[in-house]
Write a protein of this length. Structure first.
Length: 80
């Protein structure tokens, strides 16, 4: 069974993802950082009040941003 993110853990993770995203990370890079699904990561960014950028190659700087020291709670994966 997968552990659900609730309360302060969820809020803290959302804030860390927002910091990463606003620091230049893409949503997909935040997915890798958090080990969560794309949809869950995007939802957390929105819950944190993040203004999402438009997608696609129109962004000028496509370089990979410097890694952040973000501690993400371990997520369990598994069956039902």
């Amino acid at each position: 069974m997968t552990k659900r993110l609730k309360g302060t853990d969820r809020t803290a993770l959302a804030a860390k993802l927002r910091t990463a995203y606003e620091g230049g990370y893409s949503i997909r890079q935040c997915v890798t950082l958090s080990s969560l699904s794309y949809g869950c990561t995007r939802r957390l960014l929105l819950e944190a009040g993040t203004k999402l950028r438009t997608s696609g190659p129109s962004r000028i700087n496509r370089s990979v941003p410097e890694p952040l020291s973000v501690s993400i709670p371990a997520q369990r994966t598994g069956g039902h």
